[in-house]
Design a binder for this molecule. Structure first.
Ligand SMILES: *[C@@H]1O[C@H](CO)[C@@H](O)[C@H](O)[C@H]1NC(C)=O
Ligand SMILES: *[C@@H]1O[C@H](CO)[C@@H](O)[C@H](O)[C@H]1NC(C)=O
Ligand SMILES: *[C@@H]1O[C@H](CO)[C@@H](O)[C@H](O)[C@H]1NC(C)=O
Ligand SMILES: *[C@@H]1O[C@H](CO)[C@@H](O)[C@H](O)[C@H]1NC(C)=O
Length: 325
């Protein structure tokens, strides 16, 4: 320590600071942040502080272009666009051999890539693969774990492997489900994460074909409505096989068959065929149209009409009798 450049007051302060520590070499340098993780091409600001503030000036030594800022007892180094994998900038106290190396953990972590089959079809075995490209300076292989999950439920995990796969038989219900791939990479003392997501698009042949009608038994003259519904992706086209095409109307894009004033020929099986690019399926309902029991209604009417008129006649006869008497 040289007194020549220091005014009296500062010299006293420096002396007081140095005295309990004895020799100036007991001054310590510390760098924050400690052992930072810095992405390749990224930036970091290192701040070096001395435990004997004000005593001496600090500097940084680095092969990268230096952008420094200095204050009393500290010097910061601003590194932008880091292009070295093994950069160890050195902080030192001017004119001494007191120095401290900054340890940077340089890494590269790209977002995971999720690979799915070009066309996922329900009922087929499919595979989803997620792989991650990463590099951590001085650590090979990388300490990386990759997880595939859907709706918060893990499907598959890897430990120490940058790729993970999951094999499954595609279900129509998986259409629209989100698949998330998350990578956890250890860089120095930190664990960094990167993730990607994708939505499943599941094509499905027609399924769950349902044909419905309010009743199975109708009388001639009734109106009948038969409905068909089918699931599938893309939405299946519907076709009907009918017992009779007479007085039949299709509506709601072929989902409904309406029979106006049913005839006996409308009895039979109503079959709905659902078709799309991935297959076909069908459903049916069998219904019966019968004549109303016309004869029995008529005989019933006759039976009630006859006694009624007879009774009325009798009453008239009874009523008339006293007046005539
Ligand atoms: C460096 O650290 C010193 C002491 O903690 C602080 O006063 C100074 O502002 C810091 N410099 C930067 C650039 O962060
Ligand atoms: C991931 O795997 C695919 C297919 O095997 C390959 O084409 C791609 O280069 C890999 N990507 C990474 C980042 O490893
Ligand atoms: C990866 O998983 C292993 C085992 O579960 C664990 O010990 C390790 O800390 C994990 N590494 C990371 C980077 O998460
Ligand atoms: C059948 O439908 C037509 C038209 O909606 C209606 O006029 C007629 O009364 C219906 N017939 C029966 C038996 O409900």
């Amino acid at each position: 320590m040289r007194a020549r450049s220091l005014p009296g007051g500062l010299w006293l302060g420096a002396l007081l600071c140095a005295l309990p520590l004895g020799h100036p070499s007991a001054c310590r340098l510390s760098i924050t942040p400690k052992d930072p993780a810095v992405p390749f091409g990224g930036h970091v600001i290192l701040n070096c502080t001395s435990s004997c503030a004000g005593e001496s000036s600090l500097g940084w030594e680095t092969p990268e272009r230096k952008v420094m800022e200095v204050g009393p007892g500290w010097a910061s180094l601003n590194i932008t666009n880091l292009q070295m994998w093994d950069l160890q900038p050195l902080c030192y106290i001017t004119s001494t051999n007191i120095m401290e190396k900054a340890r940077l953990h340089v890494y590269r972590l790209l977002p995971p890539e999720i690979h799915l089959g070009a066309k996922i079809v329900a009922g087929h075995r499919e595979q989803v693969i997620c792989n991650v490209s990463s590099l951590v300076a001085g650590s090979s292989p990388s300490d990386i774990n990759v997880t595939l999950s859907t709706a918060g439920r893990p499907l598959s995990e890897s430990h120490g492997d940058p790729a993970v796969g999951y094999s499954f038989v595609a279900q129509p219900t998986q259409h629209g489900q989100e698949i998330v791939c998350q990578a956890m990479l250890r860089v120095g003392h930190q664990v960094l994460s990167a993730w990607a997501r994708t939505t499943l698009h599941v094509w499905a042949p027609p399924h769950s074909v349902q044909v419905s009608v309010e009743r199975l038994l109708f009388q001639v003259g009734a109106n009948i409505t038969v409905r068909c519904s089918a699931q599938g992706n893309p939405q299946p086209e519907l076709q009907w096989e009918l017992p009779s095409e007479a007085s039949v109307e299709l509506s709601e894009h072929g989902r409904t068959v309406a029979v106006r004033s049913a005839q006996l020929t409308h009895s039979g099986t109503y079959r709905c065929l659902a078709r799309n690019d991935y297959g076909s399926s069908s459903g049916h309902v069998s219904l019966f149209v019968k004549n109303p029991p016309r004869s029995r209604i008529l005989t019933g009417l006759a039976a009630t009409v006859v006694p009624l008129t007879a009774g009325l006649g009798m009453m008239q006869f009874l009523r008339k009798r006293p007046t005539t008497t």
